[in-house]
Design a protein around this ligand. Structure first.
Ligand code: DGJ
Length: 780
């Protein structure tokens, strides 16, 4: 082997060590080992809890003899019984493989062997995708593979973040011949695990029902989660987790287009996990000397099962992927659910005046401010001001709102065009799809062809103009339809559409936002249709779902938070009657759920009662005091013995927050404990419920059970009274040790129809309370 001598050198480094044909990654809590075997195949030796290097011989593959119909490269040595790092087709590995190449005569057999292994002098990430922030404490190992059949040089990159127990993998191909090589499939990562006793967790769903947790067993065949809609999609998020009680492996792809995750159960009870660009509707023609890079895939291991993987990913994504926010995470006001398209300067200024007075910090002007955009049938592509809504121009409105002390943001949907738009009339050739065939619409709009450089330049120029001319601080970048009619005038080979579109999008976003780090960017795609690491490499947060119902959000946010940090998960408190579900969730619960993430309000402030506005003012104070804890804290889901509970905890330094949520209420509930995990058992903590108001009109004719008021429960006097007065709900205070809190302390009772007390939890359906826990000096 050409540079094998390199590998015999003992490198005195702690994170990545290469010696005796073995490659060792040592993380804080995990080890990842590979070996180049005598046949120069790259084997997976070990991925699990951190172990000493001496253990290596114990881990060698134990296959000694051939059997049955197996095909063997050498006596007793078949690829089908190896744990491999990157497999190819036609040499006896009958599981799905990581790479499928094709030559002129359609042959596809290939045989990859290691030709070199080294540590890169400089960390190298492909510039056509987003990458993490480069960290000086990182190392990158490169393993080069060559093939007897195809004239390609394949490089497997492993960038290792030992402090976070995260490995980032990507694959690179270089065509070293004069003939083109066709890539039908190339994965970013492959991991073979010796045993299959893992459940597979993935996030599935749809618009308004994003990130639903699905747990599968893989006892045979291949489980596939993929997207073909042109975005990472709410159908199948790219995040993937394999777990059992003791350990878990997490995976994610930094790519916003069509992705592919598979988990294959093998006959010998091993598992193969693969992740990369979706090979369906994909075929890349690699020309002489051309390089093709896959997007980056993240992997992490934790011996604290699901909670550990979540916390590893949260810390890493927060520290290494999401761009530094230009200012403290703002409390946002967005008028969308309060107005939809029906608004103007006057209405916005009236909302902004209230929002500023209540303590909100950023005002987002949503869809409808440009062209003739009074519905979703027109004007996408033309970012000129809607004169009817803003007769003095939008800058005038923005300045006015800024004058109230708020930062101002604006909504754009730059990847799209309406048929009724000047842009389409001028440039029909900029639309995705063949011009000589009918193209289908989604939300009445077409997609701009981001494979074309002119289109990319146009979008860069348009959005830059909006930002620079109107002086906004924040952009909400929306994208409201799935891809169809995939065809670009710029492409010779149309199966390159998805990847070229994504690369075009990355260029556009980089050009606009890397040069404007003062902009706070929120991504959105009809809610969470593009909630992925590709987007988080440029944006501080993502709008999680158009469904703002607190009960539905419990599931959506809990799913999303398995893979993405709370700071990225954008949530709003919306109106009394929920737009998507017509459910009436208490204002307290709407707040208690939304606070677990990027936080804001999205309701008509002009129809809120005095008690509601007073409550919102208090909530905002609380939100500001909890901001650091939520953004930087370690999040976990706690178990409850009650089936109608959801319990979330965030802990940061010496404080924690626990949200206890009830779905449907039952009469006469069991006793209940508040548990708080990962506190110092030796220390003492003050536990306080966050004050929340109970609105009297909730009780109707039950009023007599909770007050002495002798008025008609549905009459005008009561109505007036309820607008101005509220009651306390579930007040709680205790001092307890970390040890006892871990075991649980008894909570107050739940209201059961026999009287009011300010310490009762008057929850009803959809009730909840937040508990704040802070360490104190205390002599027991
Ligand atoms: C979809 C988004 O998810 C909503 O928040 C809103 O911005 C609308 N688009 C506007 O058209």
């Amino acid at each position: 082997m050409q540079h094998m001598s390199n590998m015999l050198l003992i490198r005195v480094i702690t994170m990545i060590d290469i010696r005796d044909h073995k490659i060792y990654f040592t993380g804080k809590e995990s080890s990842y080992w590979m070996q180049v075997n005598v046949h120069r195949h790259l084997e997976q030796l070990y991925y699990g809890p951190r172990i000493p290097l001496q253990e290596v011989d114990v881990l060698e593959n134990k296959n000694r003899v051939q059997f049955g119909s197996q095909v063997n490269i050498h006596e007793g040595y078949s690829l089908n019984t190896q744990l491999l790092e990157f497999s190819s087709a036609g040499k006896g590995d009958f599981r799905p493989v990581s790479i499928e190449l094709e030559s002129d005569d359609d042959s596809f057999v290939s045989d990859l062997r290691v030709s070199d292994v080294y540590i890169n002098e400089k960390i190298d990430f492909p510039s056509e995708y987003f990458s993490p922030r480069i960290n000086e404490n990182t190392q990158q190992c490169v393993i080069e593979l060559t093939d007897d059949y195809f004239p390609v040089l394949i490089k497997l990159f492993y960038t290792f973040y030992s402090e976070y127990d995260v490995i980032i993998r990507h694959t690179q191909l270089l065509n070293k011949s004069e003939n083109e090589v066709i890539i039908n499939k190339v994965m970013s990562t492959q991991l073979d695990l010796l045993e299959s006793d893992y459940k597979v967790l993935s996030l599935n769903g749809s618009w308004g029902k994003e990130a639903q947790i699905t747990i599968d067993d893989v006892n045979s065949g291949t489980l596939v989660h993929e997207s073909l809609v042109g975005s990472s999609s709410a159908l199948n998020n790219p995040g993937l987790l394999l777990f059992n009680d003791e350990s878990a492996y997490g995976f994610n792809l930094m790519y916003s287009g069509n992705h592919y995750n598979s988990v294959t159960h093998h006959i010998d009870d091993s598992l193969r996990v693969m992740m990369g660009i979706n090979p369906h509707q994909f075929k890349y023609h690699l020309q002489m000397d051309e390089v093709f890079n896959t997007p980056l895939a993240l992997m992490t291991y934790s011996n604290q099962s699901r909670k550990g993987v979540t916390q590893n990913f949260h810390r890493f994504i927060r520290d290494m992927i999401i761009p530094e926010p230009p200012f403290e995470k703002p409390i946002v006001y967005n008028h969308w659910e309060g107005t939809f398209f029906d608004y103007d300067h006057k209405k916005l200024v009236s909302f902004a005046t209230k929002a500023a007075d209540l303590g909100m910090e950023l005002f987002c002007i949503d869809d409808g401010w440009f062209g003739q955009r009074d519905d979703d049938f027109r004007s996408l592509g033309d970012y000129s001001i809607n004169q009817k809504k803003f007769p003095q121009g939008i800058k005038h409105t923005i300045d006015k709102i800024k004058g109230l002390g708020l930062k101002v943001g604006i909504w754009v949907e730059p990847e799209m065009v309406s048929e009724d738009s000047d842009l389409y009339r001028t440039h029909p050739e900029w639309v995705v799809g063949r011009q000589d065939k009918p193209r289908i619409k989604g939300r009445n709009q077409w997609i701009l062809d981001l494979c074309q450089v002119e289109v990319q330049d146009y979008i860069i120029q348009q959005v830059s103009h909006v930002i620079d001319n109107y002086g906004v601080d924040y952009i909400k970048w929306d994208m409201n339809r799935n891809h169809s009619d995939q065809y670009s005038n710029a492409l010779k080979h149309q199966k390159e559409f998805d990847i070229r579109y994504q690369q075009g999008l990355v260029r556009v976003l980089r050009e606009i936002f890397y040069s404007r780090p003062h902009i706070f960017l929120e991504m959105c795609s009809s809610g969470g249709n593009r909630f992925d690491l590709g987007m988080l490499a440029v944006a501080q947060q993502i709008w999680t779902s158009d469904n703002t119902d607190a009960m539905d959000r419990l599931r959506i946010q809990e799913g999303t938070a398995i893979f993405y940090p709370l700071s990225a998960i954008s949530n709003h408190v919306s109106g009394r009657v929920n737009t998507q579900t017509i459910r009436h969730n208490p204002l307290s619960t709407r707040f208690n759920v939304a606070i677990f993430g990027g936080f804001g309000y999205e309701l008509d402030l002009n129809i809120c009662s005095k008690v509601e506005l007073d409550e919102i003012r208090k909530q905002i104070e609380v939100a500001k005091s909890l901001r650091e804890l939520i953004v930087y804290g370690d999040y976990q889901v706690l178990k409850s013995k009650l089936e109608n509970r959801v319990v979330w905890q965030v802990k940061y330094k010496d404080e924690a927050l626990v949200g206890l949520f009830q779905t449907i209420n039952y009469g006469l509930q069991s006793k209940e404990k508040l548990r708080v995990k990962d506190l110092d058992p030796e220390k003492f903590y003050r536990v306080t419920s966050i004050d929340q108001a109970l609105f009297i009109d909730r009780f109707g004719e039950l009023l007599k059970h909770v007050t002495n008021l002798k008025v008609h429960p549905y009459g005008a006097i009561m109505h007036k009274y309820a607008q101005h007065k509220s009651m306390d709900d579930g007040k709680f205070e205790a001092i307890s040790s970390g040890a006892l809190l871990s075991n649980g302390i008894l909570l107050n009772e739940i209201y059961m129809g026999t009287g009011y007390h300010p310490e009762l939890r008057i929850w009803g359906d959809f009730g909840s309370t937040l508990y704040h826990i802070r360490e104190i000096d205390y002599e027991a």
